[in-house]
Structure formats: C-alpha cells, structure tokens
Design a protein around this ligand. Structure first.
Ligand code: DAH
Length: 364
C-alpha cells in the first residue's frame, strides 16, 4: 500500500466523517457553517483528497474504496443540509423577534403628525351623501349585480334589439357572446329588479358601478359610477320629479341653485328629459366672456337623465300603468365630482392616490 492510499483507509475516512459531523453540529450560524462546508465538503477536504486516490487502486479494492467514499460524502452532505435548515430557522425566528411590531404603540401614536392615516375616496362619500338625502325622504337603498343579464340591462327597459348601445363596441359581454350576460352599462336595470321585488309604492335610490368599453382618458373611464332613483306611486307627475331633483341639487350645490329640464329621449322613460344645473360658478354670466372652466361658458351643466317611467316598463314589471305612474333619474358620480370640485383629470379619481383623496376629508 502506498503512503497515499492511507487516505483511503476505513479508519481515515470514518475519522474525517466524524470530524465533519462534529464541526457541523458546532457551527453556530450560517457563516460558520459555510466554512465547515468548505473544509469538509470542498475540493481540498480530506474526503475529496481521498477520492483522488481511488484511481491508483485496482479491482475490488477500488470498488470498496469508491463505496466508502460515496457513503462518507453522503453522510456529510445530509448533516450539512439538516444543519442549514436548522440555522435558517433560527435566523428567521430571531428576525421575527427583532422586528416585532407593537401595534398598540402605533395606536398610541395615531395623533402624531408623522403617521399617515387613510382617506376615504370622494366617490364613496358622494354616494353616501346622495343616499342620505334620499333616505331622509323615505327612499330605500337598492342593489343589483354588476354582471347583469342582457334582459335586465336592455330588454326589460324597452331598449330595442338593434339599439347601438348593445353593440360589443360599447358594452362588455361576458364570454361567450351568447351567454346573455353583460357588465351592466347603467344602474337602470336595478329599477326593474326593485319593481319585481316590491309592490308599489316604491321609492329606491341605487348607487353603483357601471362599465362601458371606453378607454381611460381625462374624461372617460371604462369603470365608473352612477346613482339611479326610482319612484312608483299613485299620481306621480313630472312636477314631483322636478321637486325631488331640485332638492338633491340644493343639498349638493347649495340653496338657490337653479335646475332646468331639456327635452330628451330614453327608451325607458316617456317623456324624457336631460337635467341641467345653472352653473354654480359663473351663474351663467360668462357667456360673453367665455372664461368659465366649469360650464365652458355654456351657463348650464348637463347633470343627468330623467323622465316618467315608460308604461311599457311598468307593465313588464307587472305594475298596472293605469293605476300607477313612476319617475326615474340617473347621473354619473365621477362627472358630478369633476364639476363640483373642478377636477380636470379622470386619472385622479381612478388612481385614488392618497395625496388626492385626502383633500376631500370626510365631508362634501
Ligand atoms: N341610464 C341612463 C344612462 O346611463 C341615465 C338615465 C336616464 C337613467 C334617464 C334614468 C332615466 O333612470 O330615467 O345614460
């Protein structure tokens, strides 16, 4: 046996393994273990050096030595892996302890100016404000699904089969195209749901999200919000509708705000009107100067659509249109906020950066 083949003796190998296992256990952290790995599993470790000698052996001696080295390597590897996991867990535990957050401490500091608190989105605030105005008049808040059947969104509202708003260039269809489900394009389908679920007299207010295939730009967003109102009772007239909307306008824009109805057309109301607000900034007095940004010096701002519920729609809901009449209205909340606060870019409302939303505080 040449002197070097001592490296391959059973005794030398088992000593090398024993030494390795001992040092692995003694390693106190991952850095120390890295050194141990280098010394006992690296290229210059006793086991690696012994491995190099195998070539000088022959026959069964070679096979035996190969087996011994293989087993030795395996033992060291398993011990290294196990100790690595143990030390990693220890490290994570100590980080958790070191970085522990005392949440009660944060609360104690809540009044300090260094703490950023969240802000409500003005859309939430305005939707609640409008709902409150109507709840005070005896209305109920109603809801419906955002993924809505085509029947509720269009057919039940007297919207014809070939109406352009139904096309997939305006409306998001839920796959497949013949599923009969759309992302609702308006809150009006909740009118029909409310009528089917209740018996007259019916007074509901419906704030909600709606969807249209618009690109996001300064004045459009594919997901926006509307508020819908519906009243069905005996002897309701256009005068009741006007009085109700005047009351809403005063509560949002201050007493003395003027409104007007402009004739219009919606399939679900007859007669129909556009509701305009007298510009609360220039009061219509900039027509000649052309410098009012709020109404573009039109003097009036288009706020929403409204009208007397079409008798066809009442009948579809099973309501006797010879006994009952109804009025309905709907307006966009983003648009309302934009002219109410002089917001010029829709991105601000969509992005909801706290530096933007915080300006609105808690009230309107
Ligand atoms: N749904 C209409 C829209 O999205 C708005 C509307 C108009 C709602 C007239 C109504 C109404 O309830 O009576 O443009």
């Amino acid at each position: 046996m040449s002197p070097d083949s001592n490296l391959l003796s059973e005794e030398t190998i088992s000593q090398a393994v024993a030494q390795a296992l001992k040092e692995i256990q003694l390693a106190k952290n991952l850095e120390e273990l890295k050194n141990v790995r280098l010394n006992h599993a690296g290229e210059k470790s006793p086991i690696a050096l012994a491995n190099r000698e195998i070539g000088s052996l022959e026959g069964t001696a070679k096979a035996d030595a190969g087996k011994r080295i293989g087993e030795a390597r395996n033992k060291v590897k398993i011990a290294l892996d196990d100790r690595t996991v143990e030390l990693q867990n220890e490290r994570e535990d100590s980080i958790l302890i070191a970085e522990k957050v005392d949440v009660t401490q944060v609360l104690a500091n809540a009044n300090s100016s260094s703490l950023m608190v969240g802000a409500r989105h003005p859309l939430t605030t305005i939707a609640e404000h409008i709902s409150d105005v109507f709840i005070a008049m005896g209305y109920e808040v109603a809801e419906g699904p955002e993924a809505e059947s085509e029947w509720f969104n269009f057919d039940s509202l007297n919207i014809s089969e070939d109406h352009p708003s139904r096309s997939s260039s305006d409306t998001f269809y839920v796959e497949s195209m013949d599923s009969g489900i759309v992302m609702r394009t308006q809150t009006s389908p909740v009118q029909m749901r409310a009528m089917l679920e209740r018996k007259p007299p019916i007074y509901v207010i419906v704030p909600g999200k709606v969807f249209r295939t618009d690109e996001l730009d300064a004045t459009h967003t594919p997901v926006f919000h509307q508020v819908e109102g519906l009243a069905v009772d005996k002897n309701l007239t256009m005068a009741d509708l006007k009085g109700t909307l005047d009351h809403l306008a005063q509560s949002m824009f201050g007493t003395g705000i003027e409104t007007r109805f402009r004739p219009s057309y919606f399939p679900f109301t007859e007669p129909s009107a556009e509701l305009d607000l007298k510009c609360f900034v220039c009061k219509g007095e900039t027509k000649k100067r052309k410098d009012c940004k709020t109404c573009r010096s039109e003097g009036w701002i288009e706020w929403g659509g409204c009208g007397m519920v079409n008798p066809n729609v009442l009948e579809t809901a099973g309501i006797d249109s010879s006994k009952y009449s109804g009025f309905a209205f709907g307006m966009g909340l983003e648009r309302t906020l934009m002219f109410r606060y002089g917001i010029t870019d829709m991105h601000d409302l969509v992005e909801a950066d706290i530096r933007f939303t915080a300006r609105f505080g808690l009230g309107l």
